[in-house]
Every structure is written in C-alpha cells, then in structure tokens.
Design a protein around this ligand. Structure first.
Ligand code: PRX
Length: 653
C-alpha cells in the first residue's frame, strides 16, 4: 500500500455516528432488509430493480459473465433509454410535471415539463436523423449547462447514437483528441457560455479543435450568449434552424440492453485519456435504483439538485439518466456558485424548495471558507437529504455540511463511485445507516466491494489496502473505446487470479467493518473532484520548448483536495526560471489540457529524484510539495538530489 497523507490519517480518528430519525426511516425508500435480500440472490435482486424501467422486450437472462471481464446484463432485453427518461412519464399522465427548473447564470430561467421535454427530444432526434446519423454513430458534445445539452444527450440515446460529452473547460487540443479517438461525425456546441458573470466563447474553442478533423461532418451550434461567431459554410448549422422546424413526433425504437449508450473520457495513469464505454439496460437500471434509494427520492414530491456538470459522469448519471428515469423534478444551474454573490446556491434552494442536494467536498469546503453567515440568510428548511461525491470528505467539512446546510437533521450520503462504475457503489442508505463523517461505509445492496492486501486477500477490521469490486454490477463499464487490451490491463490485471476489478483507490476498514476511502494509489490526482493524471500534465509541460523534464504530484490542498505541483528542469539555454517563465508554463498547461489542469505551483529544479531504473520517485516530491520532512531516499540513484532540490527551493532558485 502506498503511504497516505497525514490529513487522511486524521480521517480515521473520527468516531461520531448519526443514526437516522425514526420519522425519516418510517418513510424511507430503502429498508435494512435490502442487504439480506440482495445477498440471498443478487441476480433476482437486480432483476427486480430493472422492473423500474419500461422494457419493450423482457430479458431472458439477468447476467452473462461468461465473457468476463465484459459483462452482459439483462441479456435479450430491449428498451429505449430516452423513452424511459421522458415519454413514459408523459404516457403515465405526468406530462405537466416540471422535469427541469433551469436557472441561467445571468438570471434568466426556464421551466421545462416532461411533455415539453418529450417534444424537444423528439425534434432533436428527428434533426439528427435528418443529418444521416444512425445507431452506433458518435456525436461529441461540448456545451455549458443549458437545457439543450440534456436534450442533445437524450436525442442521441433515443436513436441509438453514442454521445460523448467533453467538459466545457477542456482545451481545443483535449477536445480534438477525444473527437479523433471516437471518430465523431457531429459536434454539438454553443456560441458561448456565461462564466462568472461574463460571456466567454465556446464555439471558437471547437473551431480551433476541429481544424482538419476528418471525421466531423457537421457542427451544430446552440445560441446562448448571442455573440458573433464565425460560421463555416457547409459544416456549421444553428440548432434553432435545424431543430425548431422538426416534427415533435418521433417513434422511439427499442435497442438491445447492451447497445452502447455513451463514451466518456477520463484520465488514466498514462497521458492518453480513456474512452469509458457504457451500455443501456444495466447502466440505466443502476442509475435509477441508486438515485431512488441513496437519495430517497419521491417522484412528484421532491425537488432535486445535483450541482455537477454534464461533462462528468456525475452529470450523466445523476442529472440526466437516473433522475429523469425516476421522474424527478430537478434544478439545473448554469453558472458558478458565487455569481453574482456567494449565496447563489442557497437562494436557488430557497426559491425552488430544493429537498435533495448533491455536491462535492471541494465546494463544501469553499462554502465553509465563505462563512456560516451566508447560508444562514436563506430558508433551507426544504432540504432533507444531502449528498457528497468525488473525493474523500473530511469530517470537519461533513459536520459543517450537516450543521449549516442540513439543520443537524438531514442525512448525509457520502457516495463512492467512478466514471467506470457508472453509478454509486458504496454509500450509506438514508433511513437505514447510522452515518459516520468521512466514511462511505458500505457497498450498496447488490454491490460487492472488498479491501484487500497486495496478494488480493481481504484484510480484517482495522486493516488497510486496495479497494476492489469482486462481483460484476449492472452499470459497470463494458470497455475502453477502441482499446480492449488497455481495459484488461488497467482494471483486471492487478488481481487477475481473483478476477477482481481494481479501482485504483486505497481504502481501510474501521473497527465496525465500514469502508473509508483514502484517495488514489496510482498516478491519478483528484483536484476539486476532477481526475487528472500526473503524466497528462507532465506531457503538457514537456511540450513547451523551454522544458527539458517535468514531474508532477498531487499535494494535499485544504480546498481542492489536491493541488497540482510541478517540478520542472528547464533546457540549458532557458536559464530564466523566474515568475514570468513559471506563469507562461502554467498557462501553457491550461492551453494544452484546460484551466482545471493548471498547476497550483511550478518549481524549477536542477534535478529530479529517480530510482536506479530511472523511475521518478513522486513520493519524495510530494514530501517537498507538502512541506514535510523528506522520506526514505535510499533507493535513489543519487541520494544527494533531494538535498539539491530542497536547498535550491529554500534559496529561491
Ligand atoms: O478516487 C475516487 C474518487 O474519485 C475517483 C473517481 O473519479 P471520477 O471517475 O472522475 O468520478 C467522480 C465522481 C463519481 C475515485 O476513484 N472518489 C469519488 N467519490 C468518492 C471518491 N473518493 C472518496 N470518497 C468518495 N465519495
């Protein structure tokens, strides 16, 4: 097990528990006997969960694991994902229920009912078909949080086209590599986006990305900010010109349960992002089941708000697919949490009487920093369930969340999962679990997770090691787009003998057997809940002409969880390692990958610590970055290197 930071050690001294109130338990969707029911017959349990959806043809087999690690769930079943998320709620008489309370950053808003959503998705599906798209094709989407982004995703799903959403903050280079990898035929974007009160360009990013991109035939542009954008004749089409005139009738075709639904790129341990592939029936089952039980969601009563961006898996599963499959009324907010003021989220909660709120620890810590008095100004009494996702939540932030946002009463669900798992895997169940600040606690009913040692043997209570998933689950990834070998190597080779999925996270059991997540054990950083690989940032740095070599580490950061710290060796003639050079390098990384990957700090050094086989010892660099005494240097090829680095930094060189 790799060493863990002192901050994470502190997590494990937490011993408070918060049992659910009787009143909450009495009305909760989930009950304690779910665990025993699922243990007794997992497949029967999942089959029951799949009944939550509308199947055009029922499956003949729940799970086919004979071709492991590629699973097939609900074999032979056929369904249309968009029909399940939209039309069937209209068919069951809920067309007038608001699906989306959309709140734009500048203050504009739109309420969209399920009936309206059905019309818009149908029109968009007709539009995409009019461009010749057919099932199995790929569409890349780079958009801010506007309703059309959700409509576009559902329209793709409706016609069996895979969408691949690329976070709006990713650079042209990052977008291009994703478009090329999947050979996307169409890209959907907006003219611009509102960010911190200002209109910023979006289409310009796409134009730059697509120069010479061979697979792309059309770019569809949604008008959002109204700014002038250059139009490439023959390629670019305005969304309103293409979609608005289409018929609102579109017959949804049923697709196989294993028909691919989307690709979502995520960082791995190498420079090249992985296109995580998800399919239809199993994914939607897990999305709907977890959303219903983990958030105790009641259709037609709750108002739900997940603050994620659709560019990430949380936005896919807990804004689009899970909530809409469950006929949720939800808030979708376009902007940043402090525009125009730091109470924006609480103002929205008050206005829409939000009852379920799901966010990330990094934002909770930011709210803490802004001060208790801000949420106190608003009526937050509608909130009854709070969620957390993306990184370990420190007990202090957890308690602050409970006291200041949840009125000391709303259960907090700390949900562990990944892009690859498709949906929540480890989490308390509100109304069932006595929650513990900082622990995700227990695999959900139907899910199996273990903490194992190096040999793959489960550790005992109080023991630490690696988190593995030892049984297949419906929402699991079905592969990495175009790279089966990498899929097997990344997730299934570490514990090949046992057939475990290796999550890449360190974890511990406490004395009660509850699971505590301890962060990544590989070269993946977690910055504000976003996954960024050290190698990705290193390659961006060395692509700059002044950089000879670079090593990047994730250092503990009080707000963002981890911050990116880079150590660079400059080329011989680029002797100037001053502020300007450093700033230039930070901007270069932002340009190559996106602003989220901008290093917090860049330190110019003369040497990097390497083992005799030439591997950079990031552990030692992390010690420096976190201002700790440097650890064991005996495996270094040259043990004086660390002295050189430390003294160079002290003297400000
Ligand atoms: O390290 C874990 C951390 O986020 C990683 C997955 O990142 P991503 O695929 O981007 O998905 C994030 C949203 C699901 C995991 O390997 N992580 C996520 N949730 C938690 C967490 N770490 C601790 N506690 C969590 N609740």
């Amino acid at each position: 097990m790799t060493e863990q930071s002192p901050a994470l050690d502190n997590l494990l001294t937490e011993s408070r528990t918060f049992p659910p109130s009787e009143a909450f338990s009495a009305q909760a969707n989930a009950t304690a006997d779910f665990y025993a029911e699922a243990d007794a017959d997992r497949e029967a349990f999942w089959a029951k969960q799949a009944e939550r959806l509308h199947w055009e043809t029922k499956w003949s087999q729940v799970l086919d694991w004979t071709n492991a690690p590629v699973a097939k769930w609900f074999v032979g079943g056929k369904l249309n994902v968009a029909y399940n998320c939209v039309d069937r709620h209209v068919d069951s008489g809920h067309g007038d229920q608001v699906a989306i309370h959309w709140v734009g950053e500048p203050g504009d808003s739109r309420d969209i009912t399920y009936a309206q959503l059905k019309d818009e998705v149908s029109q968009a599906a007709n539009a995409l078909e009019s461009l010749g798209l057919k099932a199995g094709d790929r569409v890349a989407i780079q958009m801010p949080m506007v309703p059309e982004a959700i409509v576009a995703m559902l329209a793709c799903a409706r016609i069996g086209v895979l969408h691949s959403v690329v976070f709006g903050g990713f650079s042209p280079t990052a977008l291009r590599s994703r478009v090329d990898d999947q050979a996307a035929r169409i890209v959907i974007t907006t003219d611009g986006q509102y960010r911190r009160g200002k209109a910023a360009p979006m289409k310009a990013n796409v134009d730059e990305a697509l120069e010479g991109a061979e697979s792309v035939e059309k770019v569809i542009v949604v008008r959002r900010t109204g700014e002038e954008v250059p139009i490439t004749e023959g390629r670019d089409i305005w969304w309103h010109e293409l979609v608005d005139g289409q018929s609102a009738e579109h017959a949804p075709q049923a697709f196989d349960s294993e028909h691919p639904l989307f690709i979502l790129y995520t960082s791995g341990t190498t420079g090249k992002p992985k296109g995580i592939l998800h399919t239809s029936g199993g994914y939607l089952t897990q999305a709907a089941y977890t959303h219903h039980n983990v958030f105790d969601h009641k259709a037609g009563e709750d108002v739900y708000w997940c603050t994620a961006d659709i560019g990430w898996i949380t936005g896919h599963t807990y804004i689009v697919y899970g909530p809409l499959a469950n006929r949720t009324t939800q808030v979708v907010y376009e902007g940043t949490p402090n525009t125009p003021h730091e109470g924006r989220h609480w103002e929205i909660v008050q206005q829409h009487k939000v009852s379920i709120y799901y966010t990330a620890p990094t934002l909770i810590r930011t709210f803490m920093k802004w001060g208790n008095e801000i949420p106190q100004k608003y009526d937050l009494s509608s909130l009854r369930v709070l969620g957390s996702v993306g990184e370990p939540i420190n007990p202090e932030a957890w308690i602050w969340y409970r006291e200041n946002i949840g009125a000391n009463a709303a259960p907090i669900v700390d949900t562990w999962w990944q892009t690859e798992t498709g949906g929540i895997m480890i989490s308390p169940l509100p109304g069932v679990t006595a929650t513990k600040p900082g622990s995700a606690q227990k695999a959900l009913p139907g899910i199996s997770a273990k903490v194992v040692d190096d040999q793959g043997v489960e550790v005992g209570k109080g023991g630490g090691g690696y988190l593995v998933l030892d049984k297949p689950w419906p929402g699991m990834l079905r592969g990495i787009w175009g790279d089966e070998q990498r899929f097997r190597e990344t997730y299934w080779s570490r514990f090949a003998d046992q057939g475990f999925y290796f999550a890449g996270d360190g974890a511990k059991y406490d004395a009660d057997g509850d699971v505590w997540l301890l962060g990544r054990v590989d070269d993946v950083m977690n910055v504000s809940g976003h996954r960024i690989s050290t190698t990705e940032v290193e390659s961006a740095l060395v692509s700059h002409p002044t950089v000879a070599e670079a090593a990047v580490v994730g250092a503990t950061d009080p707000t963002t969880g981890q911050g990116i710290v880079a150590f660079v060796i400059l080329r011989g003639n680029a002797v100037d390692g001053g502020d300007e050079a450093v700033q230039e390098l930070r901007n270069h990384v932002a340009k190559e990958i996106g602003p989220i990957a901008k290093p917090r700090q860049i330190l110019v050094v003369q040497e990097l610590p390497k083992t005799r086989s030439g591997k950079i010892m990031r552990r030692l660099l992390r010690d420096v970055a976190e201002n700790r005494q440097v650890g064991d240097v005996t495996t270094l090829a040259d043990s004086s290197v660390m002295d050189l680095i430390s003294s160079g930094l002290k003297s400000g060189k």
